[in-house]
Design a protein around this ligand. Structure first.
Ligand code: ATP
Ligand code: MG
Length: 740
């Protein structure tokens, strides 16, 4: 058995797996096999040291990482044994523990979990009942921060200083009382309570240790009191959760607390090609405060990563998708869609990429987040646009009549909808009649609801007027959307409703505005309508002679098409091959043969709201080191507000260019065999590769001839900065649809 567990590991990795030291730290750079080693150590502890799997805790940061780890362990010890491990994210492990042993610390077996919205509602009720002036949303966030730091409400109350803090202390206390009375734990409690358990743990193993917070440290320290086996693996260069109270100090703190901590370094990278590793190293070394480290590539140099600048986000997305298709086609079957990942600094950036993928029929899945049009704040605005476009859409009217809340009773809306169905009219016409006093509905509409409905009607009607009165030259869609956003007081609504992440949500809204800005371009609109593109979209007929109203219908049709395509791909699920879209944060610990990091501009990475530039640089480093064989970084010349955007300072430093190539030599000139070797896969035969190239060259409609490394004329024009943004086409591809 041991042979199986240790085979394929180098000497340092074997030592980390088999050492009998109690406390072990493995600090090592990306791709050096930390996770592989940790997994092997779990198997070793069970198979050789005979530890009980149910007494072993293994913590990872994402569900995906946990699944992968479990799969690997299962190979060594079998599924029955692997299933007994307490393996998962910190929270899921804590939950399992508390369910099993919670009665020892006075928890009943049937405690419930207050999710984020439950706990927000509780805080809101407390502030309202007591007429506190503190903002409920921010109070909820602060409670969470205090808990992550391990400060309970009593401790906090002792340190309270000014009036505002005293008020917060009371909210915190009452919040805790409410949870207790309702037999609830919130997410933070899962960790703090688990700390109280001191369960019979024989071994605790933690992956991605650099991103642990105080409470997680406390948890670890408690286990260590009993001299259990503690193994942590991590990499200070990949610390990217400082903004969420992660404590990089936990690394040194551990060594201070346990002088006998055994530190093992791993210095060989097994993941990436030499060229990718060199480029990533060069970026992280810009941080001069960082101690130099050794890292050896085990793979050959391979292809230098690409660093490209494109005029707009839409052009960038189209280039990216074209490059995915070309690379896959040219690899002669070596690369499949699963091998590609697009990693983003912020989730809002996914919109342009999702649209381009949808249009080209490339299936994708999102990890650790929702598709752009599924995000609540976007769905609601799209529903408003839908109702402006066709008020007969009663389902949409029902969804938004009281959203954002305007005190229309839920029963009232449902009643009116039911009545409308019986009468065979639309809900909108019922609502209009009620508001304008034209009919007596059977459904009772009280005064408050009446006022609310009148406000709703005002938003829609005024928006319709706005659309009709905006000339095609005046960016009608963006004017319309901004009108709605203003009428709804939308930014305030998001602030109130989503205190924790209202900024990310507002970024999504800004991205939607950017999209309508692109879709409003009068030249593109005119060209589109002249081409007769409109009637070709199924289900959408040209209803009016008004270009602006057509524009709205077309925009919405594109949204629907893109959503439907993505949903279908999702239903087909794991059966089909899919490209991955993820934030860089969500991609931690994972790897793909081909990685794209678009939107590398100042303001995006480093992010304009980020406090710590070094953390932003580490984030870029984490993203780059996910790539095994091919890596593409790119930036549009304009940000989502259509302002000039300059290349990320991390990439604009002198000397950086030497590590990159500007124009992707298409994979046609790349060594497919070399790629296969880096990936440890069997290479397709030369004949197969040659035939893939030939067949792609024949398809000149879609792709420029693969004559060499020179970019085609259009690309060259962009690079000289003389491009005409509205008339671009990429790689000889047909101009992208107007509504990207
Ligand atoms: P990260 O810091 O990004 O989480 P990591 O240090 O956890 O990286 P792993 O994911 O464990 O690295 O390993 C990276 C890749 O290298 C994996 O594909 C793994 O299978 C491979 N690998 C690790 N060690 C070896 C080895 N000794 N021989 C061959 N391949 C290895
Ligand atoms: Mg790892």
């Amino acid at each position: 058995m041991a042979g199986g567990i240790l085979s394929g590991l180098n000497a340092a990795q074997r030592e980390a797996v088999t050492t009998t030291a109690d406390v072990v730290q493995v600090l090592a750079p990306p791709g050096s096999g930390k996770t592989k080693t940790l997994t092997a150590r779990v198997a070793h502890l069970i198979a050789e040291r005979r530890l009980k799997p149910w007494n072993i805790i293994v913590c990872t940061f994402t569900v995906k990482a946990a699944n992968e780890m479990k799969e690997r362990i299962t190979k060594f010890v079998g599924p029955d044994c692997a299933n007994q491990l307490k393996l998962g994210t910190f929270h899921s492990v804590a939950l399992r523990y508390l369910k099993q042993y919670g009665q020892h610390i006075g928890l009943s077996k049937d405690f419930g979990i207050a999710d984020t919205s439950d706990s927000k509602a509780i805080v809101k009720r407390i502030t309202k009942q007591n007429d506190y002036t503190i903002d409920a949303g921010s109070a909820r966030g602060r409670i969470s921060t205090q808990k992550a730091k391990g400060i309970d409400s009593e401790q906090f109350a002792k340190t309270k200083k000014n009036v505002e803090q005293q008020e917060f202390a009371r909210v915190y206390e009452e919040y805790e009382e409410t949870l207790k009375a309702s037999n609830l734990l919130d997410y933070d409690d899962l960790l703090t309570r688990c700390c109280l358990l001191l369960p019979n743990v024989e071994a605790l193993l933690i992956d991605e240790y650099q991103d642990t917070n105080n409470i997680q440290y406390e948890l670890m320290a408690l286990f260590a009191q009993h001299r259990n086996v503690i193994t942590i693996v991590g990499d200070p260069d990949q610390s990217i959760y400082g903004f969420r109270s992660a404590e990089i100090k936990n690394l040194t703190r551990m060594k201070q607390q346990w002088a006998d901590t055994l530190t093992i370094n791993l210095e060989e990278n097994y993941r990436s090609s030499g060229a990718i590793l060199h480029a990533a190293q060069h970026i992280i070394e810009q941080d001069e405060s960082r101690p130099p480290k050794k890292l050896q590539a085990t793979h050959t140099f391979g292809q230098r990563p690409i660093l490209r600048k494109l005029p707009t986000a839409a052009a960038e997305a189209d280039w990216l998708v074209a490059e995915v298709k070309r690379t896959q086609a040219l690899s002669g079957g070596l690369l499949q869609p699963n091998d590609f990942a697009v990693l983003l600094r912020s989730a809002a950036l996914s919109r342009a990429i999702e649209s381009a993928l949808g249009r080209e029929g490339v299936p994708y899945r999102m990890i650790g987040g929702m598709r752009f049009y599924d995000r609540v704040e976007i769905k609601l605005l799209i529903d408003y646009l839908r109702v402006v476009d066709s008020p007969g859409n009663s389902e949409a009217v029902e969804r938004i009549a009281n959203m954002p809340p305007r005190r229309v009773g839920e029963g009232t809306i449902k009643g009116l909808h039911e009545e409308a169905r019986l009468k065979g009219v639309s809900l909108w016409s019922m609502v209009l009649d009620v508001v304008q006093g034209r009919c007596r509905s059977a459904t009772k509409v009280n005064n408050t609801s009446h006022t609310g409905l009148a406000k709703f009607v005002d938003v829609i009607v005024s928006a319709q007027k706005k659309l009709a009165s905006t000339a095609a030259e005046d960016t009608p869609l963006v004017t319309l959307l901004q009108h709605i956003i203003k009428k709804l007081n939308y930014q305030d609504h998001l602030k109130k409703k989503y205190a924790d992440d209202c900024e990310a949500r507002w970024s999504n809204v800004e991205e939607l505005i950017a999209q309508t800005t692109e879709a409003s371009d009068p030249q593109q609109l005119a060209a589109m309508l002249a081409e007769g593109a409109l009637p070709t979209i199924e289900g959408i007929e040209r209803r009016t002679e008004s270009v602006t109203e057509d524009a709205l219908s077309l925009f919405l049709a594109n949204v629907t098409l893109s959503t439907a395509g993505a949903e279908k791909a999702e239903q087909d699920g794991e059966k089909i091959q899919q490209l991955t879209i993820s934030t860089i944060h969500g991609a931690k610990g994972l790897e793909w043969p081909v990685v794209f990091i678009p939107a590398c501009y100042d303001g995006s990475i480093p992010h304009s709201r980020a406090e710590d530039n070094d953390e932003e640089r580490r984030l870029l480093y984490v993203g780059m080191t996910r790539a095994q064989a091919l890596l593409y970084l790119s930036s549009p010349g304009r940000n989502s507000q259509r302002e000039e955007a300059s290349m990320s300072t991390f990439l604009a430093q002198p000397g950086v260019a030497a590590y990159f190539e500007e124009h992707g030599p298409s994979i046609a000139t790349r060594d497919v065999q070399g790629l296969a070797k880096t990936l440890g896969r069997e290479s397709p035969s030369d004949a197969v590769v040659a035939e893939s190239k030939r067949s792609l060259e024949r398809d000149e409609d879609n792709y420029w001839p693969l004559t060499g490394e020179q970019p085609p004329e259009e690309l060259a024009k962009w690079d000289r900065g003389k491009s005409n943004e509205t008339a671009w086409s990429i790689g000889g591809m047909r101009p992208a649809a107007v509504f990207s």
